[in-house]
Design a protein around this ligand. Structure first.
Ligand code: ATP
Ligand code: MG
Length: 564
């Protein structure tokens, strides 16, 4: 991809390079294995960029696999959203769309192989008893009284489990490993459990379901995966991953773990994001405040900016929290190059130019993108009545306020110098209109006599303005690490009550009338905005602020607070 000309080396590439050198593998085949129990978030984007990126760079392949072994929580809506999000990010799994739920038969047959080898058994302990027998980190577990059933008996019971002869939870299939292993995951882990639940793809065909550990490595093996890349919490699962594949004697991928992405001022856990959606605390999975891929998309982020972010953060072995400001920097950088500039007044204040003839309209040639000359220019109309930003005027300006004030002259972008002669107030004393004069000699924005002004304001001609709704966003949480709240405190208590501000009466320059849903713009001085892909229509424009123009990341770097 254009923004990643030369891949940075990292420990995963080192491992792959070594495998290719020593002949363990001759190609690279990765997979992205989401569970369809929620929408993908920016952490998944990191994993997608990593897995598809490695396949691209090593001229290998990357599969999409739905890791769908939990019938209770999975749904086709999530499958579809996952596919949309990956495509939008710019990656393609071609015809390699796989489902762990298509492997249930294979997983059943392989379980039979282990039973025949005396390496798996049907256990009648209840869930609580299994837990009790497992021991603790410091105390070895106890063997199940059912551990030494004969292979014949196990085969018979396992077949009857599948046939639906036993109630839910009454039996499990377990691997026979070592109840004293220091790694608790190797203390006879569960492989199958009985659960009468409708599966969104397999319907009621199965009443036993494989566990994550029994499904994952074997699914990798079936697909001929070479490098099974996952997050650090699965490091302790690796001995089990290896044990199953070794004892089945089948193709054995290498599991490699990396640190998951944590992002400041948000939560990256599908369970928590689901809670926000279900409790109505956000407007849905793609609410522009959500850290989901679809949320960032609706907020106006570009796929390029997210891929660039994934490249910058790289992969590491230790967990850290990446500052949201770094992600904002990435989108700002991309939009600076690509987003056309327009003028929009968010909180309008009327300006009447008293010496400008009534009914006259002038047009000013305005640059669409100073970063991209090929974007050309457009004509913006100017008239006697204008809108300016309310915050660009102060009746009693403090020392460093250089914008408009009574008696003061400023430049209107592309147009003229204007001078404020009078602030008109309503009965309550609020300024409702400014009466100004303009200097015709300053057309284009410079005065022939060399007179300087200290501020340039954006504006919109009142006669031509379009009305729009504009949504301004702040971080969803007020604290850097909402998941890190002390015991007994609810992480949701740190939600930011001011994360959304809706402005109903913004005024836009007329050229935006046809702004397509998802078109991205810089509103001069106000930030980057996107036409909302769901709500914006011609005649009822709605814009979301993607990010402000202020570079918060630069401030953080300067202040020495960086922690990528
Ligand atoms: P969550 O904790 O949000 O529920 P998960 O790990 O259960 O996520 P999966 O659908 O199982 O979600 O994840 C699919 C892939 O994405 C896995 O390989 C997982 O390791 C990876 N992944 C999930 N969260 C992150 C993250 N924050 N950073 C990087 N990779 C992640
Ligand atoms: Mg998972």
């Amino acid at each position: 991809m254009d923004e990643t000309p030369k891949p940075k080396s990292n420990f995963i590439r080192d491992i792959i390079d070594e495998h290719l050198r020593n002949g363990r593998f001759t190609k690279v085949h990765t997979r992205f294995p989401p569970e369809p129990n929620g929408y993908l978030h920016i952490g998944h984007a990191k994993s997608i960029c990593l897995n598809f990126g490695l396949a691209r760079d090593y001229k290998g392949l990357c599969n999409l696999r739905m890791d769908d072994t939990n019938p209770e929580t999975e749904d086709i809506e999530y499958v579809n959203s996952i596919k949309d999000d990956i495509r939008w990010l710019g990656f393609d799994w071609e015809d390699r769309e796989y489902y762990a739920s298509d492997y249930y038969e294979r997983l059943y047959d392989w379980a039979v192989v282990l039973i025949k080898k005396g390496l798996a058994y049907v256990c009648d302990l209840s869930v609580d008893e299994v837990r009790e027998y497992r021991g603790t980190v410091n105390k070895p577990g106890k063997e199940s009284p059912y551990r030494n059933r004969t292979a014949e008996e196990n085969l018979d019971l396992f077949a009857r489990m599948r046939a639906g002869e036993f109630p839910d939870g009454s039996k499990t299939l377990r691997a026979k490993i070592d109840m004293a292993d220091p790694n608790m995951l190797l203390r006879d882990p569960l492989m199958f459990r009985i659960r009468r639940e409708h599966h969104y793809r397999r319907g009621d065909a199965w009443c036993i379901y494989p566990t994550y550990d029994w499904a994952h490595g074997q699914s990798d093996s079936i697909e001929g995966i070479t490098h099974s890349i996952c997050t650090l919490e699965f490091e302790v699962h690796r001995p089990l991953y290896d044990w199953y594949l070794d004892h089945l004697g089948v193709h054995h991928p290498q599991q490699i773990e990396f640190a998951r992405l944590n992002l400041s001022h948000t939560v990256l856990s599908k369970r928590r994001l689901l809670e926000l959606v279900e409790s109505g605390l956000v407007g849905g999975w793609d609410d522009p405040r959500m850290p989901t891929i679809s949320g960032f998309r609706r907020r106006g982020y570009t796929p390029e900016s997210i891929r660039h972010f994934a490249e910058i953060i790289g992969v590491a072995k230790d967990n850290s929290i990446v500052d949201m400001a770094l992600l904002e920097m990435c989108v700002r950088e991309h939009l600076n190059k690509t987003a056309p500039r327009v003028m929009a007044v968010l909180r309008p204040l009327k300006v009447v130019i008293t010496n400008f003839p009534e009914g006259r309209v002038e047009e000013f040639e305005s640059v669409n993108n100073p970063e991209d000359p090929s974007a050309g220019t457009r004509k913006v109309p100017f008239g006697r009545e204008l809108w300016i930003e309310r915050e660009d005027f102060m009746e009693n300006p403090p020392a460093k306020f250089y914008r408009l004030a009574p008696g003061r002259e400023v430049r209107l972008r592309y147009a003229y110098f204007i001078k404020c002669q009078e602030a008109v107030k309503d009965a309550a004393g609020n300024v409702v209109e400014l009466r100004c004069t303009y200097d015709p000699a300053t057309r284009g924005g410079d005065s022939p006599d060399g007179r300087k002004v200290k501020a340039t304001l954006h504006w919109v001609s009142a006669a031509h303005a379009l009305d729009a709704e504009v949504r301004l966003y702040d971080t969803l949480f007020t604290v850097r690490d909402p998941s890190g709240v002390p015991e007994g405190q609810d992480w949701k208590d740190t939600l930011n009550p001011r994360s959304l501000e809706v402005i109903a009466g913004a005024k836009l320059e007329p050229g935006l009338a046809g702004a397509a849903p998802e078109s991205r713009w810089q509103f001069e001085r106000m930030g980057y905005f996107v036409a909302d892909r769901r709500d914006s229509k011609p005649g009822r424009l709605v814009f979301n602020r993607t990010v402000t123009l202020r570079d918060e990341w630069a401030r953080i770097v300067k202040a020495g607070e960086t922690q990528v």
